[in-house]
Design a protein around this ligand. Sequence first.
Ligand code: SF4
Length: 220
Amino acid sequence: MRRLAKAIDGLEEPAVEKIAKDQKDDPFQVLIATMLSAQTRDAVTASASDRLFRVARTPRTMAKLPASRIEKLIYPVSFYRNKAVHVRRTCEQILTRYAGRVPSTMETLLTLPGVGRKTANLVLILAHSSQDNICVDTHVHRIANRLGWVTSRTPDDTEQALYEVTRRRWWPVINLYLVTWGQNVCRPVYPLCPQCVLVDICPKVGVTRVGKPIKGESRK
Ligand code: SF4
């Protein structure tokens, strides 16, 4: 983790982290951006979030938008129709059940439509400053397995296993470090192992082919 902390310096941050910083960790915008980000490229998440937040930045104003308007604003994020419905229903529930505030516990966040553990953990970490959560998405799941930190089949299993094998002080930043690394170096296919800062300690579990080194670039 110490090596990764140095290595990600200067690399593009994941979209939701950037939105969280830009919006001063506003829990509502972190929640909505994270919902939009599922299975969607970062550039698409960033522009869709921007279009939506220009029109509505609070649960009250967003709940007033018809789902069809939200759909148009967030297109082309993956599953934009379902996500538009979930976003609207989530806004309504935040207003009716939580007095307009984004809940701050895992249990309550999971009651919101379309919110799973990944979204809930990221909201708790970025917007509620939790030190007790690890957010596992596909990048974290893949890299933790390649590194041999865990042997797990699903992101939820990986999350539970990581609580056992990682030091607590790293929990809030595991997602930031591994997602940034996964987008730039430990890519889903053809990871850039020869350029990786972890190549000497990584067992590369399940890696069968690596990408060609990019000339002039080193991540060591
Ligand atoms: S050495 Fe390869 S598999 Fe291991 S973390 Fe680095 S890029 Fe990923």
